[in-house]
Every structure is written in C-alpha cells, then in structure tokens.
Ligand binder design. Structure first.
Ligand code: F6P
Length: 552
C-alpha cells in the first residue's frame, strides 16, 4: 500500500513504528518480576496523577526505552496536533465534515470555541440552564402531569449513546440521586424492554424523555410511539397529555415536532457532539433530574479537569496519552485482541458497557483517514464486569489461558457514605481483591513456589501461574460526580489518542448503517411474507423457518 497523496508515510513504514517492532523482537523482554527486581522505583515512577485519579501503570511490560519509543510514535503521528485541532473546533471528523467538540459541553461560560465562526459556548450554557430549570421543577414537584399529579417516574427512551451514558451514570451516582423518584432506561426494540419498564408505573406520574440525536432511530421512535399509546390509554386518550409527559433531547427540531412533542419541551444539542460523547449534553437530562443540577455541574467540572490535563500536561505525564500508547503497545506489538475494564465498584456495573460503545464504535475501523485499508490492528474488543464477580467467572482465562489481555482495575479508597458500618467494613475486602488480582496477574506463581508448598509434581503445571499479565490500576478517594466525569473524559481522550496514532476517523460510525438498512428491508418479509428482492438463500430460509415456527 502506497503512502498517502499528502506524502504522509504509512503508519507501518514510519521509522518510529519499525523501531518499536525491533524493540519488541530484538530487545530483551524481561518479565514483570525481573523488571521490578531491577527497578523497584518504577512503582512510584510509573504513576500519573490527574485530578483525583492516581493512575499506576507500573505493572506493564514496558521499560523506559519502550515508553520513549511509544512517545516518539505519538510525536511522529502528531497526536497533540490533532488534539489541538479538536479543541479548536476544526472539522476533524472528515467523513461527516463535522467538528468534534464534546469538550465544549463542559467549557466554562466565558470560554470562546468557534464552529463556522460562531461561538458555541453560550448555546451550551443556555441549554444547561434550561435543563436545570426543568430538572428543578420536576424534582420539586412543580412540574405536574396532565392530571395535576407530581412526576414520580422518569423513563428515558433512547439507544446507543442516547441510553448507555445516562444509564451508566445514573447507576454510578445512585447515592447522589433523589431516592423518591424512579428512573428507568428503555433502549431495545424488543417490546419486553418497555413492558418491563412501565408495567408497575402510573401514567399520571410518569415522564418520558425521548433521547435521540437524529430523532430517526427506529428503536427509539418505535418505543416512543408505544409509550405514547400506553400513556394515552392510561389517561383517557386526551392528546393534550403528551405535552406534560413527553420531552425530547435532540438535534432535530423538525422531527421532534413531527412526533408531536412541543419544541418548547425539546432540549437541544448539536451535530458536533457524537452520540457516544453526548451524555454530558442535553442527553444527560434524566441524570440531571436524578442528581440535581449542582451535582451535574460538579460532574462537568470533573470532565473539564481531565480536558485541561490532556491539553496541557507534558507528554510523559499525560494520562490519556500514556494509557492510549500502552494499548497500542499490546494491540499492535503483542497481538493482544482485547482490553478488559474491571471496576471494583458495584456502582460502575454499566461502566464497561458504556466504554464498549465509546471505544469500539470510535475505533472499530479498517480504513485510514484517506480511505486506504489499514495493515495494522485498530480498536480492541473492550469487555469486563465489576470485580469481584468476574473473578469467579472469567478471570481463570486471564490468569492461565493462552491470551494476553491487558486490563484496567478501577477502585476507590472509601465506600459510599450511606452504607451501614457493617457494609462499609466490607470495603477493605473488596479492595484487597483488586490489589491481589493485580499482583497475581503481574507476578503469577512459579513452579518452584508451587513445589515449595508440597504440591505433587503432576499437579505443578496446573497450579503454576505464568504472570506477566499487564494491568493499570486507577484509584480515587471516592466515586463522586466529579470523579465520574474525570474517568469518562480519561477514556474519551485515551480513545482519541489511539485513533490519532492509527490515523483513522474515530468520530464516524458508518459500520452500523448496513444492518439498519437491511433490517428495514427484511421486516416486510416477516410481517407480511413479502418477497424481498435480493434476500440471500440462508436468510430467506431463516425467515421462512421463523414464519413457520410462529404459526405452530
Ligand atoms: O448505533 C449507531 C448510532 O448512530 C450511535 O452512534 C448512536 O449513539 C445511536 O445510534 C443512537 O442514535 P440517536 O441518538 O440518533 O438515536
């Protein structure tokens, strides 16, 4: 594959890339035991601080030389140049010709960030203020439903970025939520999702938030239409009820009005906010109602701390840069296919699912910015669930399987304040597990150590742990709104760094289009038995089997 027309060398032909390949193949590859024995100081030296986060990357298969070579790759691929272009509002999402300005969503009121010559910051704050006024009215009971009853249930209907962010953050910040209100998140076009969400709710006390950037997403519009019927059936059919029970979060006022939602009840955002980067925009309205506007602003402050760090910290102490480069080291030079994110906090139970969209929709690409196929690996499979549950499920494979799976372990020094003393006391056990896993993954257990325990020889191989499984440990004092914002921004920018090095557009998502188009085309074959032209033989047989089974 030739270099790009602009003369930029292909990634794999850059001397900084081949230097890393040489380093991987030809330099000694000490394991973590040797690395720590030779340099115990790495435990303190390989730590970066950002805001309230302490990020320890000492348990990685890297030396000072590896890190220096990775930094040279970042410099050669001009990661910071693209970063600055993003913060300036340049249209770095080239395939959609859009600016990428989720950072403007948390910019201070007096910041000036221009898109097409217009400062977008006043608009951001106008929407935040409108959201705050609305959230306060719902929380205080001043906003009432059609029959005059106060709102007690909030149902967010959205999918992808219009669901995962608010649902994750609501879960993460539960201790900060108004416990008198019930929140539900409906995303799946499977009618059971909406059914289960509303079956025990009173329509007179229920507010639906229809969240969709485009307001054309079939799942969301279908669920919103069904929710509208449920509401009207429950309230006697008066169409006027919709205005008191439905609000919209969207960039598309025309479609919102077309659906029958008063545009006064629409909270706007903009095409320079990607769906997976949007929960700190109007898409976070359900969260703001749950935690209140002040806490929401604390969360935005947390995002901003990491934005400023990413923008200003020197390369070697720049947390998103270091984390992004470590991922590149494993994905591109160790053939690692996946990356596990393992939070030791039950409140972060949806965090990894949220990161899956953030990372995999952003960097799941196989052509570069010029449209040439890449001949290097791009985004990893991101997966994981909270510890300690995962330890009793799939950690076996991480410890003793054949795959290299770098992992992030995330934990907090304090449990949440509202736990009983007895439950608080469990926190040390939780964190002991986090530290123990990091240690076991890194240093394993040698055959000699196993033998020294008197284990019969035939069992020694089974009880030996190779070790050398790299982990990053992220610690903070507690999971506050600000810390959540810091964590999310950290991963946003990590994903950015990797996309920049790989020279891919991390901000489009054409790959989800084909399935959407085909689903629309196939549906009449299911509903009406229509002859769908171009249906391949395998799918046609499946559709026929489905229709037969349905009739049985
Ligand atoms: O899955 C594709 C996608 O376009 C995501 O990028 C987006 O977050 C999701 O659909 C929902 O889109 P919308 O907010 O426009 O309904």
């Amino acid at each position: 594959m030739s270099d790009s027309p602009s003369g930029t060398p292909r990634l794999t032909r850059r001397p900084e890339w081949t230097a890393l390949e040489d380093h991987r193949k030809n330099a000694p590859q000490p394991g973590l035991r040797e690395l720590f024995a030779a340099d115990p100081g790495r435990a303190e030296r390989y730590v970066v601080h950002v805001g309230d986060l302490r990020i320890d990357y000492s348990k990685h298969l890297v030396t000072d030389e590896t890190l220096a070579l990775l930094q040279e790759l970042a410099a050669a691929t001009d990661v910071f140049g693209l970063r600055d272009a993003m913060f300036r509002g340049e249209k770095i999402n080239t395939t959609e010709n859009r600016a990428v300005l989720h950072t403007a969503l948390r910019a201070p009121r007096d910041a000036v960030i221009e898109v097409d010559g217009e400062n977008v910051v006043p608009g951001v704050h106008a929407v935040l203020d409108k959201m705050a006024a609305f959230a306060d009215r719902v929380r205080s009971g001043e906003w009432t439903g059609h029959t005059g009853r106060r709102i007690r249930n909030v149902v967010n209907i959205g999918i992808g970025g219009s669901d995962l962010g608010p649902a994750m953050a609501y879960e993460a910040l539960r201790p900060f939520t108004d416990r008198e209100l019930t929140f539900r998140f409906v995303s799946n076009v499977d009618g059971s999702d909406l059914h289960e969400a509303v079956r025990d709710l009173d329509p007179a006390e229920t507010l639906f938030i229809v969240a969709s950037k485009t307001f054309t997403t079939i799942e969301t519009i279908t669920n919103a239409t069904s929710a509208r019927s449920w509401l009207l059936n429950g309230l006697g059919g008066d169409e006027k009820a919709v205005a008191k029970h439905f609000v919209a979060l969207s960039t598309n006022a025309e479609k919102v009005a077309g659906f029958g939602i008063d545009v006064d009840n629409m909270f706007e955002f903009w095409d320079w906010v990607g769906g997976r980067y949007s929960y700190d925009s109007a898409i976070g309205l359900s969260l703001m109602i749950a935690i209140g506007p002040d806490r929401f602003r604390e969360m935005l402050d947390g995002f901003r701390i990491v934005d400023e760090h990413f923008r200003n910290a020197p390369a070697e102490a720049n947390a998103p840069l270091v984390m992004g480069l470590l991922g590149i080291w494993y994905g591109n030079f160790h053939d690692a296919q996946s990356h596990a994110v393992l939070p030791y906090s039950h409140y972060l139970s949806k965090f990894t699912a949220y990161l899956q969209q953030l990372d995999m929709e952003s960097n799941g690409k196989s052509v570069d910015r010029d449209g040439n196929p890449v001949d290097w690996q791009t985004g990893p499979v991101v997966w994981g669930t909270p510890g300690t549950n995962g330890q009793h499920a799939y950690y076996q494979l991480i410890h003793q399987g054949t795959k290299l799976i770098p992992a992030d372990l995330i934990g907090f020094a304090r449990p949440v304040a509202e736990l009983s003393d007895e439950l608080k006391a469990q926190h040390d056990l939780l964190m002991a597990n986090l530290f123990a896993q990091g240690q076991a993954l890194a240093f394993g257990k040698t055959a000699e150590e196993v033998r020294a325990e008197g284990v019969p020889e035939e069992q020694v191989p089974h009880r030996t742990f190779r070790g050398d499984h790299p982990t990053t440990t992220i610690l903070a004092t507690e999971l506050t709104p600000s810390v959540l914002g810091q964590l999310v921004a950290l991963y946003e920018h990590k994903v950015f760094v990797q996309g920049a090095v790989w020279n891919i557009d991390s901000f489009d998502q054409w790959g989800v289009e084909l399935g959407k188009v085909l689903a629309k085309r196939v549906e009449p074959a299911l509903t009406e038995g229509a002859d769908v032209p171009g249906l391949d033989p395998s799918t046609a047989a499946l559709v026929a089997a489905y229709r037969n089974l349905r009739e049985v």
